[in-house]
Write a protein that binds this ligand. Structure first.
Ligand code: F6R
Length: 609
């Protein structure tokens, strides 16, 4: 949510920053801006030069003048929180003398109060943003150095921030600070980068330092140093980012969504690699930090996540109950953190997040840790805030996910939960034979995913058939219900067709009233002990002249169309049944001419409340 990129070195900065913004555009895309320090004339500081534009990065690029030379700069792509998308509200923001420039991710909670005070002191605000207060606070700070000015300003501020600051009088440096919004330094040879996300860095350097909350850094072309907002020096050892620059490219696909859907067989192969232990019919999850005795002491598991990750957690909870026989449930982290939950010492909490940054999940983890709970993370981005905050956990190894709409991370997260459930099950009551059965099933997944993806043309044809629907119903029962929920979310966020998901068992308790020819239903119909019940639900829909598209293991007579998917073990079927519906949502959106990778009003990684 919003992207920051900055550079200091010897290269021409504008093209570098614009390229970085393109890489970060998935995090926010309603406006963008860039500021650089111009060349200093003898004895005089270099003035700041700024361009901002409402719209996409390409709109900004078109506005940047040919002569826009400089070797230090910061830039931003925005997802509006305070103030509508506009040139004025786009970041960077400058003070009245055009000396201080700030780009900011996060939300300043006491912005209105600070704004009122600054306005009473005669400051004129040019934007409606919360960020602008920071600029004026830094400009007014009575301090000798830029670091002290920023520190002084931050003392007045409550809320979350990842910021980068340029000052015309201190043009040999960029000062950055983090509290709740990611800031990553990229360490180069006689050049330094900063970004809110490694996506903007990996084309230039894979040596990175991730700041902690309460940390600041000064970047100069030749070195960097990190310190706390109180001023004490901190140690920062660069680590190497695993993901390569190419994994952020489109790789011959027209959209990232299509690329990421297509990558799922390899991604699942990656999450399984090196983890299966055939000797004991179990799996090893190195980073759990939960020994067998502790695992046996767990009485309940509570999974917390948002959106797609929450749906993956719902399937995860079922897997844990089925394989490990530990009571488990999933809840939206955004709800959990506000309801003063009972935190039980025998409960193991699991935070699920692709980005590892989602604010609601992070806040839930922090609240749980404060109350002494043990929290595991199931996370995709290595070293992200949630991964660092958790007591242990497992990475889902899906590789970078750029499309705002999550696909491959959903699948890999569910597989990661299957591994966790198998691991816990084999420590408790799951037999060797059942352990082996699940392992064999897991090994079949990559080929079965390829088989589903090979059916794309047929799914595309079906998408065209249903694209006229104004609204769609998704139903499933028990294992199929979270699949239905996720498929309904996929369709609505990428195509903007209204979709609802219901347990098939709940249809006759109300939603059946909606069924008519103009409201088609997608039914998840696995070949398991509930098959006949699901068929009965389809019968009820047909009796009301509803159209049905089934996702099933065999052609369903009651359905108008069936997408047949390969059968795996009952417990693992939900992993496969969602995949054709990702393609269904994709092709529906494509047929409707939607902006697939950047749906309206959304952004990747919701790092604000
Ligand atoms: C939907 C989607 C969102 C995210 C949610 C949580 O396609 O991507 O619903 O799943 O915002 O994000 P993470 O997993 O990064 O915590």
């Amino acid at each position: 949510m919003c992207g920051i990129v900055g550079y200091i070195g010897r290269r021409d900065v504008a093209p570098l920053l614009l390229e970085g913004l393109q890489r970060l555009e998935y995090r926010g895309y309603d406006s963008a801006g860039i500021v650089i320090t111009g060349k200093a004339a003898a004895g005089k500081p270099g003035a700041l030069k700024m361009v901002k534009a409402k719209g996409r990065v390409r709109e900004l690029e078109a506005k940047v003048p040919k002569r826009f030379a400089g070797t230090t700069g910061i830039a931003h792509t925005r997802w509006a929180t305070h103030g509508a998308p506009s040139d004025e509200n786009a970041h960077p923001h400058l003070d009245a003398e055009n000396k201080v420039a700030v780009v900011h991710n996060g939300i300043i909670d006491n912005a209105s109060e600070l704004r009122a005070k600054l306005t009473a002191d005669g400051i004129v605000f040019l934007s409606e943003t919360d960020t602008e207060v920071l600029v004026h606070l830094i400009a007014r700070a009575q301090a000798e150095t830029l670091e002290e000015k920023v520190r002084e300003a931050l003392r007045h501020v409550e809320g979350t921030y990842g910021i980068a600051v340029l000052h015309a009088d201190f043009n040999d440096r960029i000062v950055v600070a983090r509290n709740g919004s990611p800031v990553v330094l990229g360490i180069g040879e006689k050049e330094m980068f900063v970004a809110s996300d490694v996506a903007a860095l990996v084309a230039h350097t894979r040596q990175v330092v991730t700041l902690d909350d309460g940390e600041m850094a000064t970047l100069k072309a030749d070195d960097f140093r990190t310190y706390t907002t109180e001023g004490s020096t901190t140690t920062a050892t660069p680590t190497t980012v695993e993901w390569e620059a190419e994994s952020y490219d489109m790789g011959g696909h027209d959209t990232y969504m299509h690329k990421e859907i297509s990558e799922q067989a390899d991604a699942v192969d990656r999450v399984l690699r090196g983890r299966i232990d055939d000797r004991f019919s179990t799996v090893h999850l190195g980073g759990l930090n939960l020994d067998a005795r502790e695992a046996r002491g767990v009485r309940r598991i509570k999974i917390l996540g948002c959106g797609t990750s929450y749906h993956a957690g719902q399937i995860g909870a079922q897997l844990i109950e089925e394989l490990a026989r530990i009571p488990a449930d999933a809840e939206p982290a955004s709800e959990f953190r506000y309801r003063n939950p009972v935190v039980d010492p025998d409960t193991l909490y699991v935070a699920v997040s692709q980005s590892g940054e989602t604010y609601d999940v992070l806040a839930a983890v922090q609240e749980l840790k404060r109350k002494g709970a043990r929290v595991l993370g199931v996370v995709n981005v290595v070293g992200s805030a949630i991964a660092r905050e958790a007591d242990g956990g497992t990475y889902v190894h899906a590789g970078p996910e750029v499309c705002v709409v999550s696909t491959k991370c959903f699948t890999n997260t569910v597989v990661a939960f299957a591994l966790l459930a198998l691991h816990l099950g084999r420590i408790r009551d799951l037999s060797v034979a059942d352990g082996k059965r699940i392992i064999d099933g897991l090994r079949r997944l990559p080929d079965q995913i390829s088989e589903i993806l090979a059916n794309e043309d047929e799914i595309k044809r079906l998408a065209a058939e249903y694209a006229d629907a104004k609204s769609m119903m998704f139903i499933g029962r028990v294992r199929g219900y979270p699949v239905a929920r996720e498929a309904s979310l996929k369709l609505k966020e990428v195509s903007y067709i209204h979709a609802e998901a219901y347990p098939a068992s709940e249809l006759k308790h109300g939603p059946l009233a909606l069924i008519e020819p103009a409201m088609p239903t997608v039914a998840i119909v696995p070949d398991d002990d509930l098959l006949e019940k699901n068929r009965a639900a389809m019968e009820e829909i047909k009796a009301r002249s509803g159209r049905i598209l089934a996702v099933a293991h065999q052609v369903q007579e009651k359905a108008d169309h069936t997408i047949v998917v390969p059968k795996n073990e009952n417990e693992l079927d939900p992993i496969l049944m969602g995949i054709p519906l990702q393609l269904f949502a994709y092709h529906t959106a494509l047929a409707m001419g939607r902006d697939i990778d950047k749906p309206r009003n959304l952004a990747k990684s919701v790092t604000v409340e």
